[in-house]
Design a protein around this ligand. Structure first.
Ligand SMILES: N[C@@H](CCC(=O)N[C@@H](CS)C(=O)NCC(=O)O)C(=O)O
Length: 278
C-alpha cells in the first residue's frame, strides 16, 4: 500500500490508452471490459487500484484481432507486466497482484480462512460459477423465442450470439444456472449474516479480494445507477432485468455489502478536498 502526504492510502491510477501505446510500454497493463461491470474485469481493476499500483488500461473490444494476438485470449481481462506472459484467469491475476504489492493483503493466510476464500472464489468465478450463471440468464433473455406480451430485455442479438457460442449457452442449462445462482445467493446472505453478528461487514471477517469480486458480481444482478457506475445504454436493460426468483434472493444484506464495497474500496473513497490522485 502507498500512503500519500494526506495520510490516505494512495489508489493506483488507471489511464486508458490505445493498444499500440500499451503494447510498447512496460509496467502493468490491464485489458478490461469497460462497457459494463464484468466481475472478472472489475475485480482485476480493483485489486491493483487498492494496492496502489499504477497501470495503463486498454478497453476491450470484442473481435479485435490485434488485441487478442497481444493478450493470447479472445476475451478480457488480461493483465500484462513487463515481458511476462499475460495473466488472464482470475487466479493468475490475483497471484500477480499479491506478488507485485503485498499490502494490503487481499488473500487470507491462515489455512481454514484461505480454504474458504478459494472455495468461494471458485464458486463465484469458475466457468460454471455464479457470475457465469448470471451470464447464462442474460443470454437466455437475449435469445429465447419471442413471447407475446413479454418484452425482451437482452443484449443486442449479435453480441448475444457471440457470447452464447463462446461460453456454452444452451436453453436446457438455464434452470440449473438459475437454481445455482439462487442457492449461491442464499449462502452469501448467510455468510454476511454470520459476519455481521461478529461485527464485520466483510464475508470472511476482513476485507479480501472475495468482497471485491462478490460486489462486482452483484452489480450485474442489481446494477448501480449510471451516476455511480455507467453502463453502456445498449447493455443496461439486460442487466436491470432479473428473473423474479433470483431478484427475491438479493437480500438487503447482499445489497448493503455491494454498496459498502463499491463506496469504500472500488470507487475512489478519497474524501472531498484530499489531494487528487497522481
Ligand atoms: N478469463 C477469466 C474469465 C473471463 C471472462 O469470462 N470474460 C468475459 C466476461 S463477460 C468476457 O470477456 N466477455 C466478453 C467476450 O467474451 O467477448 C477467468 O476465467 O478468470
Amino acid at each position: 500500500m502507498t500512503i500519500d502526504s494526506t495520510g490516505v492510502p494512495r489508489r493506483g491510477s488507471l489511464r486508458f490508452v490505445e493498444l499500440e501505446a500499451a503494447r510498447t510500454a512496460r509496467g502493468l497493463r490491464l485489458v478490461l471490459i469497460t462497457a459494463l461491470p464484468s466481475p472478472w474485469s472489475e475485480g482485476a481493476r480493483a485489486l491493483f487500484a487498492l494496492k496502489g499500483v499504477d497501470a495503463l488500461g486498454v478497453a476491450f473490444r470484442p473481435g479485435d484481432a490485434a488485441l487478442a494476438a497481444w493478450t493470447g485470449v479472445p476475451n478480457a481481462p488480461a493483465v500484462l507486466l513487463d515481458d511476462e506472459p499475460p495473466a488472464c484467469g482470475w487466479e493468475d491475476i490475483l497471484a500477480l497482484a499479491e506478488r507485485l504489492r503485498a499490502e494490503p493483503a487481499l488473500v487470507p493466510v491462515e489455512l481454514p480462512t484461505r480454504a474458504r476464500f478459494f472455495a468461494w472464489m471458485h464458486a463465484l468465478l469458475d466457468p460454471s460459477g455464479l457470475a457465469a450463471c448470471r451470464r447464462q440468464l442474460v443470454l437466455h433473455e437475449s435469445l429465447r423465442p419471442d413471447e407475446p406480451g413479454h418484452l425482451r430485455r437482452g443484449f443486442p442479438p449479435g453480441l448475444a450470439r457471440l457470447l452464447a457460442a463462446r461460453y456454452g449457452y444452451h436453453a436446457d442449462r438455464v434452470p440449473e444456472a438459475r437454481d445455482r445462482l439462487i442457492a449461491g445467493l442464499a449462502e452469501l446472505d448467510a455468510a454476511l449474516t454470520v459476519s455481521a453478528r461478529r461485527g464485520s461487514p466483510y464475508i470472511l471477517g476482513e476485507l479480501t479480494a472475495l468482497d471485491l469480486y462478490v460486489a462486482a458480481t452483484i452489480a450485474i444482478l442489481a446494477p448501480l445507477p449510471d451516476e455511480l457506475h455507467p453502463i453502456a445504454p445498449t447493455l443496461r436493460p439486460a442487466l436491470e432485468y432479473l428473473d423474479p426468483a433470483v431478484a427475491a434472493s438479493l437480500t438487503p444484506a447482499i445489497r448493503a455489502h455491494r454498496d459498502l464495497v463499491y463506496a469504500a474500496h472500488i470507487h475512489d473513497p478519497r474524501p472531498a478536498g484530499a489531494a487528487p490522485q497522481k
